[in-house]
Write a protein of this length. Structure first.
Length: 53
């Protein structure tokens, strides 16, 4: 998953919580803020471990 949005507190927590609620396991994650533009960027690799909702 790739994310680009305005930089604000709680983005990583919201994304990881959402994936956990959907029974997904994060296998890799990288993120950074661009101070010049005020944007937040995140790349997350994950796999579903759910029973198929």
């Amino acid at each position: 998953m790739r994310v680009r949005c305005a930089s604000t507190r709680g983005i990583v927590a919201a994304i990881s919580s959402f994936l956990a609620e959907e029974e997904c396991n994060i296998t890799d994650s990288a993120q950074f803020d661009d101070a010049d533009t005020g944007h937040f960027f995140m790349r997350v690799s994950f796999r579903s471990e759910g029973g198929g909702r």
